[in-house]
Design a protein around this ligand. Structure first.
Ligand SMILES: [Zn+2]
Length: 589
């Protein structure tokens, strides 16, 4: 009921109640006994009762093209919301007839409305976006120069004491105007006194300057450790690129800014508030967060800066304590809810070309089949433990070999302890075959597949070739098999813009004009469904969100153009005019 105290002071009210009040539950009134401010409480109560009992909607939007994604009324022209939910969907005449004295109205002028978009896989790293040097564009395809990277890092070095790290983020090796790789000599131009690192947005490779290599005692003679490399140029000299586990050589080296616990918490809060603004700017109303600071999330929500809804995917200590205390998927409220686990990783990366394939990477010599990072035995034990605890299992499986391992573990757990509707989640689920699809369907698994990659990363698919790309990000195949494939941007490796994702699903054509796996194209309507209804299903929230249906949360997006009718290669450019969450506008262009 507190959600209905709009215009009031919910925090003050909570304090009053906690201090000296009697609860009357079941949606009625908190009565302050002996408290001076009780008139204010009764005033708030009257307002609440008006909101919950009067038939007047809070908001009516009319004269729109509403794609509801609800089969009973697929197209409508108007909608009404009240107390955060849709209360009516229909024709402009019918819905305008509901308008009361206090109803806010909005003429959509024939713009398009769709349900709020849902991203089912996101490393919502707001602190990096807010506080760090960004050497690439996190959100769009943008080519940068090596000179621009050096300039940005030089500026940072000028305000950084010698010996302290200077680092850049969101680098993308295939988004450079200079047609050559970034190297150690470029980064030596930044500084000879600071260790310097540039991190790839994919999360598996970094580039270092000579000072950093020196501090870490890495020379041309240093052998590669297991699971990583210190890359070299043609003459055998270190070129500055360091991959995967070799990067741990730099962990205890040089000085890093240190923050007090309070400063860290404040940075987390500000980072979350910042990324929340970015999400609604692109039309996302629900996002599945991989880990993160749960208390910061609650603080940001309490101070009113959480603009999107969060399905919180736990690992480590949070997951352990969930299991220990019996908390399961679904605990929480409409804003912050415990979802599946975070991705338990089984294999390598699609964009950085280390995912586990059943056949070697085309042209690789010696034949390379990618990285498996978990034994079947350990995976079985992990899946069983989570499944037994009643928590939704979620594993990162890109290649066909990893997806097979995931399904083997899930089938085993279901045999030991059958549980209906468990919806084990496969993050990425990139490369499938007929047998895997049959097993995914049989076990009721929910894939959260790459969205923006088809457009953004088309420059990397040449490493797989057309034959494999016909089975990668296989939306067509999975939807045809009746599997509710959902969208998982994997930000920061991938941009999260849902419209960029939809364009890629519909065209399978990248920024470079190259098309890969056109057999996996889906329709605009299907792509919207992937980003809305199927996302809700992936988190067991289909009765709460995903479509514009009476009774569901009033989360929707107003688009300047209709993705069904604009040219397919312009879908990503459609302007997000307004993002509404729980009936309240959280972004307006
Ligand atoms: Zn991920």
């Amino acid at each position: 009921m507190f959600a209905a105290f709009r215009g009031g002071e919910p925090r003050a009210l909570f304090e009053l109640i906690a201090e000296d009040a009697v609860w009357l539950v079941n949606g009625t009134v908190p009565v302050a006994q002996r408290y001076e401010g009780r008139d204010r409480i009764f005033e708030l109560f009257r307002e609440t009762r008006r909101l919950t009992t009067s038939p007047e909607p809070d908001l009516v939007v009319f004269n729109a093209k509403v794609y509801t994604m609800d089969a009973t009324t697929p197209i409508a022209a108007a909608l009404a919301t009240k107390a955060g939910r849709f209360v009516a969907v229909g024709s402009t005449a019918d819905i305008r007839a509901l308008v009361g004295k206090r109803t806010q109205t909005l003429d959509a002028k024939q713009m398009t409305i769709v349900p709020g978009f849902i991203d089912c896989h996101n490393h919502a790293g707001g602190t990096t976006l807010l506080y760090e040097v960004l050497v690439g564009n996190p959100f769009e395809v943008e080519f940068v120069t090596i000179a621009s990277i050096v300039d940005k890092l030089r500026a940072k070095a000028r305000e950084t004491p010698p010996g302290v790290w200077v680092e850049g983020y969101f680098f993308d090796d295939t988004k450079l105007k200079d047609k050559r790789p970034l190297n150690v000599h470029d980064l030596d131009l930044v500084s000879g006194e600071h260790p310097v690192a540039v991190h790839h947005r994919g999360g598996h490779t970094s580039f270092y300057n000579s000072k950093a290599l020196e501090l870490a005692h890495i020379t041309r003679e240093t052998p590669n450790p297991a699971g990583g490399t210190f890359d070299r140029d043609a003459s055998g000299e270190l070129n500055g690129r360091v991959t995967d586990r070799a990067r741990s050589a730099f962990n205890g080296v040089g000085q890093r800014h240190s923050f007090t616990a309070d400063q860290r918490a404040e940075r987390e809060r500000n980072g979350l508030a910042h990324i929340s603004k970015q999400f609604v700017r692109y039309g996302l109303t629900s996002v599945h967060h991989e880990n993160g600071d749960l208390s910061a999330l609650q603080d940001v929500h309490a101070r009113g800066d959480l603009l999107h809804r969060v399905s919180y995917e736990s690992s480590g200590r949070v997951l352990d304590s969930m299991i220990a205390s019996g908390l399961t998927t679904g605990f929480g409220d409409e804003w912050i809810k415990l979802g599946a686990t975070s991705e338990h990783t089984i294999d390598g990366s699609f964009s950085e070309r280390t995912m586990a394939l059943g056949t070697p990477y085309p042209g690789s010599q010696p034949p390379y089949t990618g990285n498996i990072t978990e034994t079947q035995e350990d995976l079985n034990a992990w899946v069983e433990r989570v499944h037994r605890a009643g928590i939704q299992v979620n594993c990162h499986a890109n290649g066909d070999v990893a997806i097979d391992m995931f399904l083997t573990a899930v089938e085993r757990a279901q045999k030991l302890l059958p549980r209906a509707d468990a919806r084990p989640k496969i993050t990425h689920c990139t490369l499938v075959n007929d047998d895997l699809v049959r097993r995914i369907k049989a076990v009721g698994a929910v894939p959260a597949m790459f969205t923006t990659y088809a457009y953004y990363n088309s420059d990397k698919f040449v490493f797989y070739g057309e034959e494999l790309m016909r089975r990668c990000m296989a939306y067509r195949t999975l939807i045809d098999a009746g599997v509710p494939a959902a969208a998982g941007s994997d930000f920061s490796p991938g941009p999260f813009a849902p419209l960029m994702g939809i364009q890629g699903m519909v065209t399978r054509t990248g920024w470079d004009g190259k098309t890969w796996g056109a057999n996996q194209r889906i329709t605009v309507d299907e792509a919207i469904r992937v980003n809305t209804v199927n996302g809700a299903y992936a988190a067991h929230e289909e009765s709460l969100k995903g479509s514009i249906t009476e009774g569901k949360l009033a989360d929707f997006v107003v688009l300047a153009d209709d993705p069904h009718t604009v040219s397919k290669d312009k879908i990503k450019d459609i302007q997000i005019v307004r993002t509404v969450v729980g009936g309240a506008t959280k972004y307006q262009s």
